[in-house]
Design a protein around this ligand. Structure first.
Ligand SMILES: CC(C)(COP(=O)(O)OP(=O)(O)OC[C@H]1O[C@@H](n2cnc3c(N)ncnc32)[C@H](O)[C@@H]1OP(=O)(O)O)[C@@H](O)C(=O)NCCC(=O)NCCS
Length: 176
């Protein structure tokens, strides 16, 4: 189904790229990017579930109408990764940028915009899992203030370990 883009869908820009909230007509594009960039793939129902429950934290990067990246997240309530307390955690479920569009700040913009949205959903801290071999992603997360909290042994289906990375969301950290 065709859907005209609304200006309010645009939450940030990076050069010629627009960071926009995901809409269901972009599902095939996002699933293609996910399959191209990552071994962790999901059924369409999972993408739609995240979009319906946390719409502001499911974002795409677009240039001239072409989707080149996405981030999707959820909010979980549970034990903090930063201290001994119960808290609301923004969880980055998946993020990817197509190879020809990398190192232009797109993932940084997607992650920053998602963090802002997750704060609006009441998240007090962020968390994500990343393969211990994924140097580009680990560098990105460290640059944005994430710290390795623990190693999750054999987290991935092929047996690779993950780092659990986390960071606190400050009230005033939007512009960092
Ligand atoms: C990880 C990924 C999302 C980064 O996307 P990106 O748009 O290229 O990232 P950015 O341009 O915002 O990079 C921001 C910073 O991350 C780090 N970084 C990104 N790619 C890097 C690389 N290949 N090597 C080292 N550092 C890298 C750098 O510090 C970079 O800042 P700089 O360009 O000023 O040096 C992208 O490489 C990707 O889609 N990878 C495959 C999917 C994936 O691994 N997703 C994460 C799963 S946990």
């Amino acid at each position: 189904m065709e859907r005209l883009s609304k200006e309010e869908d645009v939450v940030a820009t990076v050069g010629d790229y627009k960071i926009k909230v995901f809409s269901a007509d972009k599902l095939a594009d996002v699933m293609r990017i996910n399959k191209t960039c990552l071994p962790e793939n999901y059924p369409s129902s999972f993408f739609i579930y995240l979009h319906q429950n946390f719409p502001k934290a499911f974002l795409i990067a677009e240039k001239d109408g072409e989707v080149v990246g996405y981030i999707m997240c959820r909010v979980e309530y549970g034990l903090s990764n930063m201290g001994i307390k119960l808290t609301r955690k923004g969880h980055v479920v998946s993020i990817a940028v197509m190879p020809g569009h990398r190192r232009k700040g797109i993932a940084t913009a997607l992650l920053r915009a998602a963090e802002k949205a997750l704060k609006e959903y009441g998240a007090k801290e962020m968390m994500l899992e990343v393969r211990v071999s994924n140097t580009p992603a680990i560098s990105l997360y460290k640059k944005l203030g994430y710290k390795e909290v623990k190693v999750l042994k054999r987290y991935y289906s092929d047996g690779e370990d993950a780092y659990l990375m986390a960071k606190e969301l400050e009230e005033d950290d939007d512009e960092k």
